[in-house]
Write a protein that binds this ligand. Sequence first.
Ligand code: FAD
Ligand code: SF4
Ligand code: SF4
Length: 429
Amino acid sequence: MMHPHLTAKKLMSSAPIFTPPFMDAAPRGLCTDCGISRTSEPKRCGQACQFIAPDYDALEMKVHGRVRDENKTDELHFGPHLRMARAALTHPLEGAQWTGITTRIAERLLETGAVDAVLTMAPDPVDKWKPKPVLITRAADMAACRGMRMGYAPLLALLEPARELGYKRIAVIGIPCQVYALRALEESLGFERVYVIGTPCSDNTTTAHFHEFLSLISVEPETITYLEFRADYHVEIRYTDGRVKAIPFLMLPLSKLPSDFFPLTCRTCVDYTNVLADITVGYMGGEGQQWLIVRNTRGEELLNLLGDEITLHTPGSRGNRMGPVKGFMKNVERAAGGLPLRAMPNWLRPVVGWLMPKVGPRGLEFARARVEMKAIESVLHLRREEPAKIKHMIPKHVWKLVEVYGLKPNDEAHESPNAGSNRDPREDA
Ligand SMILES: Cc1cc2nc3c(=O)[nH]c(=O)nc-3n(C[C@H](O)[C@H](O)[C@H](O)COP(=O)(O)OP(=O)(O)OC[C@H]3O[C@@H](n4cnc5c(N)ncnc54)[C@H](O)[C@@H]3O)c2cc1C
Ligand code: SF4
Ligand code: SF4
């Protein structure tokens, strides 16, 4: 049978926004369908997957020339970086999730001819919340990709078509589980240059589940055009008629969601801040603005493309994360597989919801708190649901993050990581 992407050249001839037909995904255990199982060599998942036997030290070394320096402020939490900034585009792009820094960097790469194509996600034409992988070759077409979709789609299945089309220099915009697989295989892909613009990612779920969530927070879910979990402990929702609503996290109807609402992949992935990107564009440490983590000289090059289109400030940091993180951990333990917020009585939620933005950790301290919460979740959920995976999936720097909360590898249960050589051979098949 002809490989579906062999038709790429023919299909691409008149289409600057392009998605070839993909092969079916090979069935896997923990998997967010990053696209590798749909390529001509699906067995590479064994080497590429964040959920099998990640080796962050080796890839940090390859990508950044060094591993994270755990003695340097914030590298334990956010991974290797040269600098961080609070940032905003001077003229925010309409339809962007924040001000559109991600989109603008990709546009500049195409405008300046630094890359031949950008691999990213557009909204699916039938369901605007569903991500659809696309190859973009004209800067003007990046506008169609602005904003966030909930769910995952096989971004890396575009790598083979891109190579087949003769593209030598590409940029990839991806979430951490996609970027891990990309970096693990990068050397074998045959591109001259690969720029990686990463976004942080947490609490993702399938697009179908996300629709359930929308219908719990609105009687007209189809009128919701935008949703974001802000760093001030509110979810911002925008509607087609221009209304904007901010709901405190604690008032969200999370207890009404099924216990499998967040897949185990997204409750246990260990790279919140996309440590293998050249530049990470998020918001957690931005106190209402965007938050940039420039990780290497290529990341600097990407930021420089924006010139004076962007304003940069030193990130702030306030509050103390210990109390909220400990409280979160108790809730995860109590919820025994359900959702963490169930334990709080209903009468208390509006009060705490009002109080949190005022007294809770802010700026970089908020980002550290979220990274630690995610690390705790990963350990506790894997212990409960896939204990045999802990040894392979939890790297030593994550154990270090959770140590202060009393979580340590249980040697009797063989939880200690043995980085580098901890491939699980069962997953190679
Ligand atoms: C599921 C998800 C969860 C996130 N969680 C956090 C978080 O907890 N903390 C944080 O700081 N940031 C998080 N982000 C990133 C944040 O929402 C913004 O995307 C980011 O700050 C960039 O803003 P922007 O205005 O520069 O993006 P824009 O210029 O609007 O560009 C957004 C880019 O993201 C791509 N994209 C959209 N949806 C997806 C998707 N589902 N998968 C892959 N790529 C996609 C688009 O194709 C586009 O290229 C998350 C992103 C996603 C997709
Ligand atoms: S590398 Fe992992 S996430 Fe990607 S397709 Fe393979 S099993 Fe799924
Ligand atoms: S939460 Fe983690 S596993 Fe889930 S989509 Fe985001 S990066 Fe991938």
